[in-house]
Design a protein around this ligand. Sequence first.
Ligand code: 8X3
Length: 253
Amino acid sequence: MEKKTVLITGASSGIGEGCARKFAMNGHRLILNGRNQEKLKAVKQELEEKYRAEVLLLPFDVRNREVAEAALNALPGDWKEIDVLINNAGLVIGVDKEHEGNLDEWDVVIDTDVKALLAMTRLVVPGMVERGRGHVINMGSIAGDYAYPGGSVYCACKAAVKALSDGLRIDLVDTPVRVTNIKPGLVETNFSVVRFRGNKEAADNVYKGIRPLSGDDIAEVVYFAVAVPQHIQIAEVLVMPTNQATGTIVSRK
Ligand code: 8X3
């Protein structure tokens, strides 16, 4: 695969960091977005030292549309020519029932998982269409396939990611730009720590007795979808641990 410019949101940890590593080790150049500047710097340093990767940092909160637009406009020279947009930034806070949860927290979740993904798409994809090349990877989830207890808002957001991916693929059908929705099951990252509001023990329990996937495992799938020849569009991938079958059916030893 020829060298690509890859923009990853939420790249300071987990799946985003895994994607950064995978693309860096294969000689691509990276624009890494995230809120935590220190963590982003550490990722950049690692990728530069290990893989001599070219890495540019764009530290901002994806929920802030104006800042996102200004940051993208300020990209130097041909760094503006983004070939791959990985809309990875996402989170959930809490496992509350739909009729009991905190609406302010849900605003954060919906703004990040849905509205920011849409805003980044709106900012980056017109250039892809103009240049006649590009690939949007949206990080969906098994949670978008069926709702589960305590997950209704998150599940709704990931169902929205599926609809946005399908809709974008329809809107781009007469262009060379490809759209892929990756839907992971259990992946051990900081995701559950945030979901359980910092309760590490509750977060660890999610992955107890099963070998979960890692951010690097998901990065393999993302990379595959990008690396296949241009006439192949991997539309959707549902990927989970071998001992997981659905969002709620898991065998633990
Ligand atoms: C996160 C996976 O299993 O918590 O998208 O819904 S799960």
